[in-house]
Design a protein around this ligand. Structure first.
Ligand code: GSH
Length: 218
């Protein structure tokens, strides 16, 4: 074992980004389950994150938080296979995908459409259809931007995984678990092609917590 511990939460898409990176690199690690949404969590059940989020990585006693930073650290510390592409433009596009997801994508795709359309109903929590409508509207610009990057074809190609794939795939998996989300992805041919390749990757199957299967069956 490489001395890696991942503090994460099972349904968390950001935790899954790091699980994907670890799976793509074939790294073994210890999982420590913490719920960042539980205000009463304390001691070992509390996430060691200054802003009460997950994931957090511990590598031989050194702690790193923020998903993009953890992913880049893992790629540098365990360089085989590399998850950073070889050309300057592909590196820039990879960074763009990560930034688009974090700044504009996570909230509408995951918290609004997946949260209110899939997660909350499944857990018998109150869901607000207005959140789904707002999320789908905001998702349009995000999906258009990702489609343009996929059309260009330096990253999101479906071949040779990069950190862009690992960062985006959990968000699209969650979004596409909602039928309206799946339809929105299907309207973008290049993004759909990428997603068809990614949805069936072994690392995706290994890190599925149940929503991908529901997606495939419906
Ligand atoms: N900026 C953080 C965001 C991580 C994040 O938002 N994680 C979610 C779970 S997917 C979380 O911990 N949410 C807790 C909350 O919003 O209180 C990162 O990149 O790691």
């Amino acid at each position: 074992m490489s001395g890696l511990t991942l503090y994460g939460y099972r349904p968390s898409v950001y935790t899954r980004v790091i699980r994907l990176v670890l799976a793509e690199k074939g790294l073994r690690y210890r999982s420590c389950e913490v719920n960042p949404f539980d205000p009463g969590a304390s001691g070992d059940r509390q996430t060691p994150h200054p802003f009460t989020r997950v994931p957090v990585l511990d590598h031989d006693g050194v702690r790193i938080y923020e998903t993009a930073a953890i992913a880049r650290y893992l790629d540098a510390a365990f360089p085989v296979p590399p998850l950073t592409p070889g050309t300057p433009i592909a590196v820039a596009r990879m960074a763009q995908v990560v930034a688009i997801v974090d700044a504009y994508g996570y909230w509408p795709l995951v918290r609004q459409v997946f949260g209110h359309g899939v997660f909350r109903p499944r857990h018998r929590l109150e869901a607000d259809p207005k959140e789904i409508t707002a999320g789908l509207a905001a998702a349009e610009a995000v999906l258009d931007a990702l489609e343009a990057i996929a059309v260009e074809g330096t990253v999101l190609t479906g071949a040779g995984p990069t950190l862009a794939d690992c960062h985006l795939a959990p968000m699209i998996a969650a979004f596409a678990a909602a039928p309206q989300g799946r339809a929105a992805v299907a309207r973008r041919p290049a993004l759909s092609k990428w997603w068809q390749c990614w949805a069936t990757r072994p690392s995706m199957r290994q890190t599925d917590v149940g929503f991908d299967r529901a997606n495939a069956e419906s």
